[in-house]
Design a protein. Sequence first.
Length: 347
Amino acid sequence: MARNLGDIARRLNGQLDGDPTVEIHGLAGLFDARAGDLSFVGELRYVPYVARSRASALIVGLDFPTASIPLVRVAKPALAFESLVDWFRPERTTPIAGISPQASVAASAVIADGAVVHAHASIGEHAHLGASTIVHAGVRIGAHVRVGRDCVLHANVVLQDHVRLGDRVVVHSGTVVGCDGFGYRPGKAGLEKLEHIGAVEIGDDVEIGACVTIDRARFGRTTIGRGTKIDNLVQIAHNVQIGEHCVIAAQTGISGSTTIGDGCVFGGQAATAGHVRIGRRVTAAARAGLTKDVQDGAVMFGIYAGPVHEKRREEAALRKLPELLKRVRELEKKLGIADSGGVAEDG
């Protein structure tokens, strides 16, 4: 849908430098934009790249220099650009409420008004779907599952028995919630499986990416707190407790019985050991390995691998490094060695 720059500037309460009649047909990144697209520049360090963009106009900051294309000046360009996404979004086809005749729905299942169940979905005994929830093709919902209002389960999601989802939960394709946890013990005939008879509870406004696995608890519940966002390919083990409004990036692994406080951020491929307690507002950098409890607000970085005794000695030596450096500087000062290069001073 075409919009002109004058309308865009007014919608953003921005200052327009250029022709208000220029038509904008879409939004794009600075380097992906073509004629008819609107892009943005969030920081002045990107000014030199503007000449390479084919965008018809830019949203920029108030201190952005003049340019050869029209500019809409606002205080926060990235947020302003994001606010236009829904305005330019193509109209979506609204699914017709109801149950496809090609879906399999148990007689004891309860499907609320306005819910949609697409072809080849399967709804188990005593399952409950909330109003306006959409279940796409190939989804499997087990027995005694409860799914709240306005949820979206994309194709081929599996919710095993006794899983509970809050309202407005989005689960992307290929994710499995409620599979058995990974637990075995040595027995006479080899490894014996530990039974997992607990459940999984997911709070309101959670979004779960594609091909995520969330294991049911051995006893009790595995829980994901309200507003938490989980990227693709994340493993969350049995009895894990994740707080509210956390962000967990792709390929992160959370081991069994780990507790994560509210507002934590995990970078890609971060991992925890089992039974670790992570405080609130903790940041784990990409590939960070958390093997011990972490206090509130900590920023964690780094992982080690190697023969355990060697690595522990290395870690112990590194902890002594600041004191060793202090002693070296004191010795250099006494010996008249220059700080900058470690070379003795002339004379």
